[in-house]
Design a protein around this ligand. Structure first.
Ligand code: NAD
Length: 470
């Protein structure tokens, strides 16, 4: 079994205490994870601070080259990383799963290497010259969740490094292994201290947020924890990017030809077993077409293979942990008790692993937990509407706003309605598609700031105005 270690200041660090990371599909031990601590975090921050002057002082071209080397080293270890993701997190190798996640890390790193944040001259005349200049914010603390551990780590780390920041990352205790390996690999091609990793739970995370030598926190996780990060970060006036929970709505406009859309609708709802921040989590269908959509969608869903993600045929794996399994099961039970119709699934799978079947819940209503709360699992409620305006209002009624989608034969008509949704990204006839050049972030309770492209780079900088008199 491979030994995993923390990486601090370019050195592999083992700890006295470890805990077992278990495969959510089988319950088998994947590996022992070294347990980090606030003391180790402090050490990592010290190393990141010491590495900062040389890294932030290196040329833009050198940092771009360094990120290309990082992309190459990830690419050489794609299979290893992808297997680690499946074995610790559960998602399938195939479909939009672990292979896509590992490959996405390479793609995002290369695109980030190619971005530049040029100075902007806003005045240059007889009176003087005014230039907007961006400086790296300093040491960045990254805190990641368990659903897309490797890709989200990449989204946090690469733009920070690109602009000259150094990083300490703390992965989720559920899925630390792929991140530990990623940082180990990166340290093979980067100077020591530029990127460091310390494992740990809320205590280590909380220390990170309050740490006086960390200038910025980039956090992806639940809205509740994100609000805590904002409160705790206030003492040191932390710069923050918060990518938080969502409860995305999808609206099928009246008279939509549904069959050609079923595959995209399926992945919109069930990608990574629904454990995706910007998955479609509430589907609104016009009453005239309601039974047709429920029947056709349920028939499609029932055919998708769920199982151990390492099996070639599997498209959807288990939930990553028992807490999430219990939550999804209880939300479906509550919906059933309130009169919802379970058309597919709806009953916990016996045996080892945290499996819950793909579940379609018809006759869902706005007051059900499965609709009001983020279920983050493989159960989609389908709601009925009469007027499109009402569907939009109901979609907008929650205090989160990450993504949303409208589905229709006419993409133009769908786009007109879609822009009325209160969320960071709206999709037409698809849901959840991301692009490394399209800024991604939430509104309302779904977060602060964006990731990707130069807008994402700016989040790791402070703005300095150079004002020269002539
Ligand atoms: P979580 O909030 O429980 O944990 C996220 C991270 O925060 C973990 O590393 C955890 O150890 C750490 N943490 C916990 N308590 C902390 C504290 N007090 N201070 C600092 N750090 C602390 O989230 P999760 O269950 O791992 O992830 C699922 C959630 O993440 C869902 O709500 C999902 O929608 C959201 N998410 C959002 C995005 C996005 O881009 N908006 C992407 C993926 C996941």
């Amino acid at each position: 079994m491979k030994q995993f270690s923390l990486t601090i200041g370019g050195r592999s660090v083992t700890t006295n205490r470890t805990y077992d990371v278990k495969n959510p599909a089988t319950g088998e031990i994947v590996a022992a994870c070294p347990e980090g601590s606030v003391e180790l975090l402090d050490q990592a921050v010290k190393e990141a601070r010491e590495a900062l002057p040389a890294w932030s002082g290196s040329s833009d071209a050198d940092r771009a080259q360094a990120l290309l080397r990082v992309a190459d080293v990830i690419e050489r270890h794609l299979t290893e990383l992808s297997h680690l993701v499946t074995r610790e997190q559960g998602k399938a190798q195939n479909g939009p799963g672990a292979n896509l996640e590992a490959g996405g890390c390479v793609a995002w790193t290369r695109v980030t290497a190619g971005l530049t944040l040029a100075d902007e001259t806003i005045q240059d005349d007889a009176q003087g010259r005014v230039v907007l200049h961006r400086k790296p914010v300093g040491v960045v603390g990254s805190i990641t969740p368990w659903n897309w551990p490797l890709l989200i780590a990449t989204w946090h780390i690469m733009p920070a490094l690109r602009v000259g920041c150094t990083v300490v990352i703390k992965p989720s205790p559920y899925t630390p292994l792929s991140t530990l390996r990623l940082i180990e690999l990166m340290n093979g091609v980067l100077p020591p201290g530029v990127v460091n990793v310390v494992t740990g739970d809320a205590e280590v995370g909380s220390r990170m947020v309050g740490h006086p030598d960390i200038a910025k926190i980039v956090f992806t996780g639940s809205t509740a924890t994100g609000k805590g990060v904002m409160r705790r970060g206030a003492d040191t006036l932390k710069r923050l990017t918060l990518e938080l929970g969502g409860n995305d709505a999808g609206i099928v406009l009246p008279n939509t030809t549904i069959t050609p859309l079923l595959e995209k609708l399926f992945w919109g709802c069930f990608i990574n077993g629904g454990q995706t921040c910007a998955a479609l989590k509430r589907l609104y269908v016009h009453e005239d077409q309601y039974e047709e959509v429920v029947a056709k969608f349920s028939e499609y869903v029932a055919k998708i293979p769920v199982g151990n993600g390492m099996d070639e045929a599997t498209l959807i794996g288990p939930l990553t942990n028992e807490m999430q399994l219990d939550k999804v099961a209880s939300y479906v039970d509550e919906a059933r008790a309130r009169g919802a119709r379970i058309v597919v699934g709806g009953k916990r799978t016996e045996g080892p692993g945290f499996f819950y079947p793909l579940t379609v819940v018809a006759d869902a209503t706005d007051d059900m937990l499965l609709v009001k709360e983020e279920q983050f699992g493989p159960a989609i409620p389908i709601l009925k509407y009469r007027r499109i305006e009402d569907a939009i209002a109901r979609a907008n009624s929650l205090d989160v706003g990450l993504g949303g989608s409208v589905w229709a034969d006419s993409a133009e008509e769908a786009a007109r309605w879609a822009t009325q949704l209160e969320c960071g990204t709206v999709w037409v006839n698809q849901h959840g598609a991301l692009h490394p050049l399209a800024p991604f972030g939430g509104v309302k309770g779904s977060g602060l700031g964006v990731e990707f492209n130069v807008d994402g780079l700016r989040e790791y900088t402070t703005l300095q105005v150079l004002n020269v008199a002539n």
